[in-house]
Write a protein that binds this ligand. Structure first.
Ligand code: URA
Length: 219
């Protein structure tokens, strides 16, 4: 596996909140709030190398040089529905001028392959080299939907180095597949778990993230 571009956010607050969300007795309300706290830490890492440009600002006292995000770049937040929505509100709060482009796919439970039902990505991008893409999905499991989502952007000539995949928990099998297919994208995750089970769920993981976020776990 090309692990150069895999960043594990190994922060005490991530570990603490991961323990909360792994617990099967955690309610949906507490589950969502713990994920939101982790999201800030993931995004701190996922955005730490954004390009800056220098500007001049007039403070109440004097003029000074200051830095802002480079205006030639467009930041695109791309949550994979439905679980990725838990990340996108916070991503949009910290980068309010970003564009949000939803990707709709669900997993065929038998073949474990992604089925598309929606995407809000234009047919072509102007200046694809100036797009910075943050693809959001809490669970990087088999890697199949991650690969399809990344390909949506690389097919439109966005360079791999401009793409960041943000997940809470990743499986080694999925990471291997994604990094082999796209060695130059950056993956930010809070944990690499042990393995997948026969149904493509991450072990120990946290179960079905979408069901736990939206309180649709069948009792
Ligand atoms: N999707 C989930 O929500 N959980 C898993 O463990 C794998 C994929």
């Amino acid at each position: 596996m090309n692990s150069n571009n895999i960043c594990i956010v190994n922060h005490p607050l991530c570990s603490h909140n991961l323990s909360i969300i792994r617990d099967k007795n955690t309610t949906a309300e507490v589950f969502r709030s713990a994920i939101k706290r982790i999201t800030y830490l993931l995004f701190y890492k996922a955005t730490e190398d954004l390009e800056l440009e220098e500007i001049e600002v007039q403070t109440p006292l004097e003029k000074c040089k200051s830095k802002i995000l480079n205006r030639k770049n467009e930041i695109i937040i791309a949550p994979i529905l439905r679980a990725g929505l838990i990340f996108s509100d916070i991503a949009n709060e910290i980068i309010p001028y970003a564009t949000v482009r939803h990707i709709g796919m669900y997993r065929d439970e038998e073949t474990l392959t992604p089925i598309w039902y929606y995407n809000k990505i234009p047919v072509e991008f102007d200046n694809p080299e100036n797009k910075i893409i943050l693809i959001l999905d809490p669970m990087l499991a088999t890697g199949n939907s991650a690969i399809d989502a990344i390909r949506l952007f690389t097919n439109k000539k966005v360079p791999q180095k401009n793409i960041r995949f943000v997940s809470l928990i990743s499986a080694p099998e999925g990471l291997e597949k994604v990094t082999n297919a796209f060695p130059d994208i950056k993956i930010v995750t809070a944990s690499i778990d042990n393995c997948l089970n026969e149904f493509g769920y991450i072990r120990p993981g946290l179960g079905d993230a979408g069901d736990r976020i939206f309180n649709t776990v069948e009792k």
